[in-house]
Every structure is written in C-alpha cells, then in structure tokens.
Design a binder for this molecule. Structure first.
Ligand SMILES: [Zn+2]
Ligand SMILES: [Zn+2]
Length: 820
C-alpha cells in the first residue's frame, strides 16, 4: 500500500527540504572513481562576486542545471563545479566608495583585506540564491579565484605562456580609465552617445592664411602631431606637405593626406592628436608620427601642455577655448551627438594613453579561433558568428596588466641594475612579487642582488579564462583530460567576446586544444516592461523576491519557457504564477491518481486489458517523450517545458483522468481487468510526466516520486532515475486518432451539459450519435464504455449516417442529440 500524498503541499518547504537532503545524500557529487559511465563536464561560469545573483544569472544557471540533470538521467557521470570570480575593478570600486579611500591611500595588504572581506560576504549571499534555485552543483568543487591555490594556477599559466612566447611587454596605446587609473581591454570598453560641441578652430598656415579644422576636444591641441586631409579632397590638395602652426604653441607640423579622413566631417581637415581616439593611433603608426602624451594616469593635463598642466580635461577645454577666442582663432561651435568610449565599470570616458603594459598575443590565433569555433556545437548555432566576428574585429592584442591592487600578481621582478626580467619558476607559485623576493641569489645577467617587483597585476579575465582546465583538475591531476575539453561551456550572449573568447585563445595557446566542445548561449533578461532591466527604470526584479514568493520550480519554469534559447526574454510575473499554478495542478492530480491506484501492484507479466483510451494516452506519452528528448538534446528548453505542461494539464488531467474515473470507481460494472488497465496507465503516464519534468522542476517531482514511486523504481532520487527509453512501437497513429475522436465526443457532451446548466454527473437518459461514416461509428462504439461512464449516459446509440444535433468540435460530420 502506498503512502498518501498530503492534501496541501507546501511547495516552498518541500523545495528547501530537498535542497538540504540532496546535499546530505551527495546526490550530485561527481564520481572520479567511476570509470564506467561516460563523463559530462560543465564549465560553470564562476560568477563575478558583485553580491547579487540577479535574475539574468537565474536564467543562465537554470539553463545549464537543466542540462546537468538531464545528462545525469541519461546515464552520465556529470561534473558540475562552482567557483567564484573574485578579483577586479568592481569590488575595488565598492571598497573605495564604502571606505571613502582610493586604492593608493592604504597599504596594498590592507586594501586587499578589505576587498576579501567584501567578497566573502558577497559570496555568501550569492551562494544562497544558487542553492535556493536548486542547482545540482557538486559543492565539494567550490573555489575562489582570489585564493592562493587559484593564484598558483593563474600564475603557472602565465609562466607557461611567457615561455611559449605568447606574452610580451610593450609600449603601446591602451584604453585607460582615468578614474580607475588602470588600462582596460577592448572587451571592457562600452559605448554610448553623448551630446558634444564641435569647435571650428583656425590653424595658421606657414605661408600665411588659415586652415580651419573641427574638433570636439580642443584641449588635445597641445598634442597635435599633424593635420590630415583626404587625398581626394580638391579643396586641400594644394596644402598637403605644407607646414602649419599648432595654435597656442610655436610648434609647426606638416599637413598630410590620408584616406581615413572623412571629407564630409567638419571642414574636411582634422587634427591628429596623441591620442584622441583609435583612428589617431592608426594614423600615428601609419605615418610614423611622434607621440606627445598630454594626459596622465589620473586624467590630468601633463607638463607637455604647458600652462594647462595639472588641469582636468574639462577645465583644460574651457581654458583652451578662452585662449583661442582671445587670439581670434575660434570660428564657431556646432552641437553634435557623438559616440564615446566608456569604462565598463564606472562609465568614465576612457582616454587612450601610451603605456608600458603586458600583452598576450591573441591576434595571431584568430584563424585558429575561427577553425575551432566552427567545429564546436553552438546552441543556438548562429551564435558562433559572434565569436568569430569579434576575434576578427580585434585591432590590438589583449592587454593583460592592470594598475590595480586586488588581483593575481604578475610573477615577475626586474633587476635594478640591468633591468633584466626575472620570471618566476613554476615551482615558486603562488607568489606575490610585491611582498616576496625572487628565489635566486643574484641576477643571472649582471650578478646584482637588487630587484624590484612588478607592481602591475593581471586582468581578472586572465584568472577566469582557464576554468575549463582548472575544473578538470589541471595541473594536479594526471587524468585531467577526462574532463577536458569541457563538454559544455555556457555563456551569456553579452560575454561571448570576453569569456568564450579568452577561454578559447588561452586554451589554444596553452594546450593547443579547444577548451570546450559545445557552447550554450543564453540571452538577456529584460525588465517587466520589455526594456533593458535597470533599477532606475522601475522594471527591476530581484531574484530572491521571485524565489521566496513562488519558489524555485516556478521560477525555473519561467526561465525555460521564456523564449527560444539564445533570445532575450522579459521577466513576467504571470509566467511565474502560471508555473506555480501548474505545480499545484500536478500535485493535486498526483494525489488523486495516488488514491485511485492505492491497491495497484504491477502484475508479473506487465500485461493489461488496455482499452482504446489507455492505448491512446500511452501512445501520446511516448510521442511526448520523443519530442522532449529531442528538445533537450538540442537545448530547446522552452519546447521541453511547454510540451510537457500541455500534455500533463490538458491531455492527462483534463481528458484521460476524467474519462477513466468511472471505470476505476465501478469495477463491478466494467470488470476488474479494465480497472487494472486504467490503474496501470495512470501509474505509468504520471511517472513519465514526472520524469520529463524532473530536469526543470526537480523539487516537486522528487517529492511525488519519493511518496509514490521510489519503492518500486529503486532510484534514490528521481533526478538519478534512468531517462525513459523510447519505445517507438507504442506510438500508434491509428490509436491516437481513435482516442482523439472519443475524447472529443466526451468533451462536447460535457460542454453541452454545462451550457444547459446540468451538473456534470447528471444522468443523460438517451444520447443518439450521428457519426457521419462507418469508420467513425466503429471508433465511437469502441469508446462507448468510457463515453457512457464519464457522461453518465443510460442509453447510447451510434448511427453511421449523418444527422442533426450538436456538432462535435473539429469533427464536422459528427453530431449528437441528447435527451435528458
Ligand atoms: Zn573606470
Ligand atoms: Zn641584472
């Protein structure tokens, strides 16, 4: 005898109960000792420890948790690790603001400690959310990129890449955030449009007269190294090669011709400064022009600007314009909207400065990136172009050094005497050159014992772009290739250019191998109004608010049902509420089925006197299994959830259960065999529904499984039960057609009753059916028992001719006349 299901299910409590039980039982541990099952490894993103596990991350984590759960049921030994990406600017910025300090105001150790405290607290909050979402993570794998053990791996990868010639130090223009006082990579630059003013300024020609140029940044005039015009611009052809004076200075520069100049912008003559933008960088390199750095690390004008030195650029702009006006050199100003480059973290406009930095050679790998991107399976497929296009668009190598504190140190020292670079040996790491000396007696080149540390640190992407290898156990486990390349790398559409790209180039450079075999891309979560989600737009939803109100299983239904994989999806409360109502429906239906099958036991032969409707739903359940399996194989989660919910709610609950109730209640009328057949069908189909739902709604399905099925089925969790093996011979088109017609007749009779305000269980004295054809008459006659039982018909007549009466929806030839 089975346990009964409680009448009311407290879904939220059930979820929490299973979350801690799974953890106690070690349900989701990866088994290194299991050499039988195939391995499936997920390259879980270590989320940036901002402190909030926002709704966008809920979408990501739901996606790959569904994959993990599905793969386990398919018999894989699933490796689903979880780490935390701790370092970097955002944490430093918060610490600076909270303590009202700048990174340089306190000793690095102290600043680092403040950062670590904040990160630990943030991790605690974020971990709660991931657990609340019910992710089947193997928590024994947890790691932090700020810990020495991870430093060791990041630094080792640096040393290996250095020795392979992929890392170099170079003086090169870099994107620079004057607020954060650090170089940032192309991938960290964001773009926005702002209103600006285009100033028309007169430059004096050496031979007399003026040339007018237009610029939005007159404060850069002291760094003007040439004036350029388009070679096809006839207005200026005569001036090319002539000298022109840089206003407010006594410097003369040559006028050059370059196709990059747009003759339609401003006056068609532009000044090239070092540096106003990336176009300036190109022109300077192409024409081998000198560099005058006019802005410093803090965004102030340098000594080379003369009287403007020390001013912020906005001040310098005003002062410069006043001076130019005084000399009568300003013609006019026009409003202009222009695209500006911003620091991704603090949204300060970036400057382009020339700085000595560490770089990783990435552009030489572009062909290789493309080749591997094409070999990888992408969900959805078109996303591969995002990676390829990005790789091809890069003009600069990856600047990997940062002028910050809270990051992995670069394992480098310099000889103070001869400037020799001392690279750490692999066995020295983890090491912090800022506090530790190199483990050598003297400089190998000059014998000096005087060293200075590299104070720059590594870009945080340099930490997180080796996760595939670290998850696999590199460099400590000899068998790390069991998990490498990762089976699946999940990524948001917004971080393909960073995470997916950096992983790829690093892995190709380090191991000469791709890091992942497939890439699962999720879109962005939009606000409740369909716009980008922002706190200040009032369309913001906190993930914990959703989960504490409706729990994980409802939230996960929203995430999976929200839209096609890879597309942006809005957050919609009604979707979560629908998911919640579905869980209640599933619970109530299971409870009802459980009561109906209380005395049911599988017979030895597994053979039952299946009736047309039993065969009908068994065939449909099999067809559903095929659809859901196909969908999950292709990471089309929305199809999997929608198909299963529709089947469970409308086919199983609304049609089948209703149609067999009478058979179950009255064995004396139908016979015990037919009752057992209905019990068997209910038992089998409900189990199938639970299994197909388990990857998406793991908690409620687990609770029902444990009460109704665990003893029979033997798996310790539904999440570890074997995925239903498809039995194609159970799919029978004819059977389904017959059942569809019988169900349609039942429905129509019930509709007629309710329109006549009759109770559904009110008897019908006589029902005459005009089937319209012999075939239909035969089918309806086959379903006679279920039709009469469900609709309480005393006298049921089926005629094959056409006739009048109420038409059965979707079956225009079938009519019936009801006599009460
Ligand atoms: Zn910044
Ligand atoms: Zn030396």
């Amino acid at each position: 005898m089975r346990q009964s299901l409680p009448k009311e299910s407290n879904i939220l409590e059930v979820e929490k109960k299973w979350q801690s039980k799974w953890e106690e039982m070690g349900t989701y541990r990866f088994d290194w000792n299991d050499l039988e099952r195939p391995v499936f490894s997920i390259d879980t993103p270590p989320p940036y420890t901002s402190g909030e596990f926002h709704i966008g991350l809920v979408l990501n984590w739901t996606y790959f948790d569904v994959v993990a759960r599905y793969k386990r049921m398919r018999g894989y030994n699933v490796h689903f690790p979880q780490g935390w990406d701790c370092h970097g600017l955002p944490v430093e910025v918060v610490v600076e603001k909270a303590n009202k300090i700048k990174k340089t105001d306190v000793p690095p150790d102290q600043f680092r400690k403040l950062c670590m405290q904040l990160v630990e607290k943030n991790i605690e909050d974020m971990k709660k959310s991931i657990m609340r979402l019910g992710c089947s993570i193997d928590w024994s794998t947890e790691y932090r990129t700020m810990n020495p053990d991870y430093w060791r791996r990041t630094q080792l990868s640096y040393i290996l890449l250095y020795n392979k010639g992929f890392i170099y130090r170079g003086k090169h223009p870099v994107n620079w955030c004057p607020r954060c006082e650090t170089a940032i990579a192309d991938a960290e630059v964001e773009y926005d449009t702002r209103n600006a003013e285009l100033h028309y300024i007169k430059f004096k020609l050496e031979e007399g007269g003026f040339l007018e140029i237009a610029t939005t940044r007159p404060e850069l005039i002291p760094a003007c190294v040439t004036v350029a015009v388009n070679p096809n611009d006839e207005r200026y052809a005569q001036y090319v090669g002539k000298s022109i004076q840089v206003p407010t200075t006594d410097r003369m520069v040559k006028i050059i011709a370059d196709e990059m100049v747009d003759p339609k912008f401003g006056t068609g003559a532009v000044m090239i400064c070092t540096y106003g933008d990336k176009a300036d960088v190109k022109t300077v390199i192409k024409h081998d022009l000198p560099v005058i750095m006019c802005i410093d690390d803090k965004g102030r004008m340098t000594q080379s600007t003369g009287k403007y030195a020390g001013m912020k650029s906005e001040e310098a702009k005003k002062a410069m314009l006043a001076d130019l006006k005084g000399q009568g050199l300003v013609d006019k100003a026009e409003p202009l909207t222009q695209e500006v480059s911003l620091c991704w973290r603090c949204r300060t406009p970036i400057e382009i400065l020339e700085r000595e930095q560490w770089f990783m050679k990435t552009r030489i790998l572009t062909d290789d990136v493309e080749k591997n991107a094409l070999e990888i399976t992408w969900y959805p497929d078109y996303m591969k172009h995002r990676l390829i296009d990005w790789a091809k668009s890069l003009e600069w190598d990856w600047v990997i050094s940062r002028q910050r504190v809270f990051a992995t140190p670069i394992p480098i020292w310099y000889c103070n005497n001869c400037n020799e670079i001392i690279l750490a040996k692999p066995e020295w790491v983890p090491i912090d050159p800022r506090t530790e000396k190199p483990k050598i007696a003297k400089c190998p080149k000059c014998g000096s014992k005087d060293f200075r540390p590299e104070r720059d640190v590594l870009d945080t992407w340099f930490d997180s772009s080796i996760t595939c290898a670290v998850h696999a156990g590199w460099p400590d486990r000899k068998d790390w290739h069991r998990l490498f390349p990762a089976s699946m790398h999940p990524s948001g559409v917004d971080i393909i250019r960073t995470w997916a790209y950096y992983l790829m180039v690093r892995s190709l450079a380090l191991f000469n191998e791709k890091p992942y075999q497939s890439c699962l891309i999720n879109g962005m979560v939009l606000g409740t109004d369909g716009r980008e989600m922002h706190k200040h737009l009032g369309n913001y939803v906190a993930s914990l608010e959703v989960m504490s109100k409706y729990g994980a299983d409802a939230t996960r239904q929203w995430a999976t049902a929200g839209g096609a994989t890879g597309s942006d999806i809005p957050f919609r409360w009604p979707d979560v509420e629908y998911g919640w109502r579905f869980l209640i429906k599933l619970w109530n239906a299971s409870r009802f089925v459980n009561d109906l099958i209380a005395d049911f036991e599988m017979n030895d032969k597994g053979e039952y006197a299946l009736q047309p409707l039993d065969k009908w739903i068994l065939s449909k359940a099999e067809r559903l299994t095929k659809k859901v399996t196909d969908a999950l194989e292709r990471c089309q989660f929305s199809i999997a959830i929608e198909e299963t919910r529709n089947f469970a709610w409308h086919v199983f609950c609304d049609c089948y259960i209703e149609a067999v109730k009478d058979r179950l209640y009255k064995p004396e009328h139908y016979g015990e065999e037919k009752r057992k057949a209905a019990q068997y069908t209910l038992y089998t189909v409900l189990y199938r529904i639970l299994q197909l739902l388990a990857p998406i709604t793991p908690h409620v399905t687990e609770e029902i499984y444990q009460i109704m099925y665990a003893d029979d089925k033997g798996s310790k969790s539904i999440n570890l039960s074997p995925w239903p093996a498809l039995d194609e011979k159970l799919i029978d088109e004819e059977t389904e057609k017959h059942g569809d017609l019988i169900v349609a007749v039942i429905h129509e009779i019930r509709r007629e009753k309710s329109e006549k305000h009759m109770p559904l269980n009110a008897p019908i004295r006589k029902l005459k059916t005009y089937a319209g054809s012999k075939d239909f008459a035969k089918i309806i006659a086959e379903g006679k028992e279920d039709i009469c039982g469900t609709c309480k018909i005393e006298d049921f007549e089926v005629l094959s001719k056409k006739g009048d009466g109420r038409e059965v929806a979707n079956y225009g030839d079938v009519h019936f006349v009801m006599e009460c």
